[in-house]
Write a new protein. Sequence first.
Length: 89
Amino acid sequence: MAGGWARDGAVNEQIEASIADELQRMKLQSRPASPSLRNCAECGEAIPEARRNAVPGVRLCVECQAERDGAAVHRGGINRRGSKDSQLK
């Protein structure tokens, strides 16, 4: 159902075109700017070829990436999840 002077299906076509444009933009952004490294940027160990093929632009070996993913991230001291009552105290 179109509104105004638009033909039927015009709104859906516009939505689909917007989605296609955004997907294209995301694909272009996700491409690595540089090729995968053969050796880890942190420890210098060789990165397996299977990992380099699976994750284009990879810079860390599995162990270093796991350490980085598991590292604690410092958050601000504001309690944004607390209830209203806990913030009033």
